[in-house]
Design a protein around this ligand. Structure first.
Ligand SMILES: Nc1nc2c(ncn2[C@@H]2O[C@H](COP(=O)(O)OP(=O)(O)OP(=O)(O)O)[C@@H](O)[C@H]2O)c(=O)[nH]1
Ligand SMILES: [Mg+2]
Length: 303
């Protein structure tokens, strides 16, 4: 199936490999991953540092398999959690064939982008620049950003995309796939992600909990699914929402538990879509004091 030898020259060899999107927090990496796969694999939000673990999502095409590795945004760490996340990102870089450096079309190139570009230059992977969120700018702004990005470093290609409108998403896939090595298939045909169901459910709850909270609170929220129990046509899900301080607990729960109820409603909708089943969702808010800085708590929360 690899077709490295003996194929006629016009026949494309089967290609398969790993690609990842990197970039500062909020650049649109997870949204782009979902747009390419055509399904919600990774949660997204307008808060920086939404993604906290490495997620693999597989795009199956007749002649290729593109494994997208979604990573947290690289940032200046302020907590032990932040350091762990950056380590995950750098480890991923060293293992992939193609890297897409994501830079939003509507934000000036910053020190963070220059720093990441410098680090990427040291790697063996093909590096291309992806100018994201093109729907937010006009043609002139886009042209200026493309120029600025191409001057930022040596990229194999610079591709503008909008995950929101779908503009150029296919082109990006083609460019990335072209850089994958000839290889046999890496994952079974029907595999979309290797993220365990329990983790995806926890993530959907966290996504719902992130909506409408501000300042430091988004960083302080963690979710653990304790149990998923099928019962007749229903799946009963018991999950804990962790925050770092009692004051945050009060905010997450809200007046007469109104906020928590909304979080439950939003999360339930998404989880039912994911599992294809009706669910009962039991959410408990707990305090894990300063968990982002505490190695023991981090371990308990899966970091
Ligand atoms: N208008 C527009 N908004 C987008 C697009 N892509 C992403 N966004 C928005 O940008 C914000 C951040 O998107 P994410 O995909 O969570 O960004 P990320 O790079 O994964 O962020 P981290 O996981 O925190 O590093 C969200 O509010 C998205 O809805 C796009 O193509 N167009
Ligand atoms: Mg993300």
């Amino acid at each position: 199936m690899t077709g490295q030898q003996g194929d006629s020259p016009d026949e494309q060899p089967y290609r398969a490999g790993f690609a990842c999107f990197v970039g500062r927090p909020n650049a649109g990496k997870s949204t782009l991953t979902n747009a390419i796969i055509g399904q919600k694999i990774a949660i997204t939000s307008n808060k920086p540092q939404t993604t906290r673990h490495v997620i693999r999502a597989v795009l199956h095409r007749p002649n290729s398999q593109l494994v997208l590795v979604d990573t947290p945004g690289l940032h200046r760490p302020r907590t032990l959690l932040g350091e762990r996340l950056n380590d995950l990102v750098r480890q991923t870089w060293s293992e992939v064939d193609v890297i897409g450096l994501c830079i939003p079309a509507n934000e000036p190139i910053g020190r963070g982008d220059r720093f990441i570009t410098g680090e990427l230059a040291e790697l063996k992977a093909k590096v291309l620049a992806v100018v994201t969120k093109t729907d937010l700018v006009d043609k002139k702004q886009l042209a200026e950003q493309l120029l600025a990005v191409s001057e930022l470093g040596e990229f194999a290609a610079v591709v503008p995309v909008s995950a929101l409108s779908g503009h150029q998403v296919d082109t990006l896939v083609e460019v990335m796939t072209g850089y994958l090595p000839p290889s046999p298939q890496l994952y079974p045909d029907d595999m979309l992600t290797d993220d365990p169901e329990q983790v995806m459910v926890a993530e959907l709850i966290r996504e719902a909990a992130l909506e409408g909270v501000r300042d430091e609170l988004p960083h302080s929220i963690a979710v653990v699914v304790e149990e998923m129990i099928p019962e007749g046509k229903l799946i009963k899900i018991y999950a804990d929402v962790y925050v770092e301080r009692p004051s945050q607990k009060a905010i997450v729960i809200g007046h007469r538990a109104s906020r928590l109820k909304d979080v439950g409603i939003r999360a339930r909708r998404q989880i039912e879509e994911l599992l294809g089943s009706r669910i009962y969702l039991d959410l408990h808010v707990r305090v894990a004091k300063d968990w982002q800085r505490d190695p023991k708590q981090l371990r308990k929360l899966g970091f």
